[in-house]
Design a protein around this ligand. Sequence first.
Ligand code: FMN
Length: 206
Amino acid sequence: MKVILVNGSPKSNGCTYTALKEVSKELTKEGIETEVFQLGNEPIMGCIGCRVCKQTGRCFKEDLVNEFLDKIDDADGFVFGTPVHYAGASGSITSFLDRVFYSAGNRFDYKPGAAIVSCRRGGATAAFDQMNKYFTISNMPIVSSQYWNMVHGNSPEEVLQDLEGLQTMRTLGKNMAWLLKCIDSGKKQNVAYPEKEKIQRTNFVR
Ligand SMILES: Cc1cc2nc3c(=O)[nH]c(=O)nc-3n(C[C@H](O)[C@H](O)[C@H](O)COP(=O)(O)O)c2cc1C
């Protein structure tokens, strides 16, 4: 089993990464493979709604989005991490996830997801809520922890002093491992996925 952890910060070894590592250490202890996917500090453009992906399953623009899309099918769970920027998720991860989810179709179905956020002081729950919206429109079970998944700090050293935040990350890792094992066990017992209805799209015009 494998979990991909996306670092939505331009800093590859910053606060968000420090929190993601705390989650991944627990996953590793539970025998789950992990991969950290860095968004880095190059610009990531937003979705232009061209709908090319609806025909091809890939984004028209060849960059990290398609690189990530190629990894979805081999992963069993996802953790999306972001620094808080003006009480929301970073511009990079917002552009990235908009394009990933618009392109991915139903490839995230029934794969657990969790969001984590890192902030100096405020806006963490608003950013956390924003990130969770991707899961709840994609048939993804959300993994929770003992508190909302946030750490506080302006540097990795400060994050390491946020003992409650780090514990929240470790609990999240344990909870995700548990859920992945439950889902795996369900598959072995032939528990069927829910039957899907044909999607209705009313666009508020009736
Ligand atoms: C453009 C920008 C906006 C920020 N806005 C907020 C904010 O609204 N609230 C907050 O507490 N911290 C804010 N911060 C601080 C970061 O969220 C915080 O330092 C975070 O832990 C950095 O994570 P990183 O090292 O992974 O990038 C902001 C930082 C930047 C660069």
